[in-house]
Design a protein around this ligand. Structure first.
Ligand code: HEM
Length: 127
């Protein structure tokens, strides 16, 4: 489960960056961007959320892990994915997505650090 979580979030992040930087002429009527890549990224967001939610249940609710830290991890993960989607949507408009992109990077770091601090998974095993 954790490997699916990690694999899908890495691919989702790559596809997110491709989507974001493929946006040309924001706010114009003939605005073009890579819709197919965006769709696949969205599908992977769902995989990340579902695998995360299953692990949240297994490790925190059923497994008796640190409920507060798991709560923060879930919240940070959901906010990170929300920011990815919001950055793309904002970038397509004239407003520009840079502030949301910066916030996304900050939350990505927080989410990854929380994931590594929590006990399960190959990344945690490295430290
Ligand atoms: C883009 C968003 C996300 C990122 C970057 C992310 C990142 C990570 C990372 C790096 C790990 C640790 C893997 C390891 O130690 O080998 C992890 C584990 C985990 N993630 Fe996420 N995650 C995200 C979204 C979510 C969401 C939305 C949820 C919940 C709904 C979630 C729940 C979990 C849980 C429960 C674990 C296991 C923690 C443990 O016991 O070690 N994650 N995640």
């Amino acid at each position: 489960m954790i490997h699916l979580h990690l694999t899908s979030l890495v691919i989702a992040a790559v596809l997110f960056f491709i989507t974001y930087y493929s946006i040309k002429k924001p706010g114009e009527p003939d605005m073009k961007y890579n819709i197919a890549v965006h769709m696949i990224a969205r599908l992977l967001y769902v995989v990340v959320i579902v695998t995360g939610a299953i692990m949240f249940y297994q490790f925190s609710i059923a497994g008796g892990g640190d409920a507060m830290m798991y709560g923060f991890k879930m919240l940070a993960g959901l906010i990170t994915i929300g920011l990815m989607e919001m950055a793309v949507v904002r970038q397509k408009k004239k407003a520009g997505g840079q502030p949301l992109m910066n916030t996304f990077i900050a939350f990505l770091v927080i989410t990854v650090v929380l994931g590594v601090i929590l006990p399960a998974g190959p990344l945690s095993a490295m430290f």
